[in-house]
Design a protein around this ligand. Structure first.
Ligand code: FE
Length: 185
């Protein structure tokens, strides 16, 4: 159940053009904008790669069709976890943990940053409820104490900003060059 680097490129090539449901960008645009924000802030290669791949779970295929964001249908697709077994043979925790934690990072930020909730998109607020809602104080403290939580929070902030229609970014090959620096030995 492993993907190769070529498989990842293929998933983007096949499904990158699909609309990010409820947002004015495609899946590929969203991934590239996320990675660009990470790169601009001087993030380590592993966190740039995590930003590029954080929603790849939406592009996994079931019967040849990509999995779409099903929030409208009232379903939490758990995309942050679905992708992990496919990526684990390639990358270590510094890539995988921020991906796995990027949904809980939203629940954390809503609990700890008053301005954050107000800037969330409509679809993001809808999915928040499905994903378990805002953390209470204890849950927030437990979350941020976990390894890689700070990286997950950084990724989450880029994720939320990476929904800008028509924004110019470097292409996929620009960011896929970082894979080589993050591969398991
Ligand atoms: Fe995202």
């Amino acid at each position: 159940m492993a993907l190769t680097l070529d498989d990842i490129g293929l998933l983007f090539a096949r499904h990158g053009h699909t609309q990010y449901t409820g947002e004015p960008v495609t899946q590929l645009e969203h991934a590239l904008q996320s990675a660009m924000l990470a790169e601009r802030e001087g993030a380590a290669p592993a966190l740039i790669v995590a930003s590029l791949l954080h929603d790849l779970g939406h592009m996994l295929e079931t019967h040849g069709e990509p999995h779409d964001t099903p929030t409208m249908a009232g379903i939490d697709d758990l995309h942050q976890y679905r992708i992990l077994p496919f990526l684990r043979p390639l990358f270590g925790d510094e890539v995988l943990a921020p991906i796995a934690m990027h949904v809980d990072a939203k629940r954390y930020l809503c609990a700890t940053d008053a301005a954050y909730f107000s800037m969330l998109s409509e679809d993001s607020v809808r999915s928040l409820r499905l994903q378990g809602g805002i953390f209470d104080e204890r849950q927030a403290a437990d979350f941020i104490a976990r390894p890689h939580a700070a990286d997950a929070v950084r990724l989450r902030r880029w994720d939320d900003l990476a929904k800008r229609e028509g924004l110019a970014t470097p292409d996929y090959r620009h960011f896929s060059r970082y894979y080589a620096q993050c591969l398991r030995a």
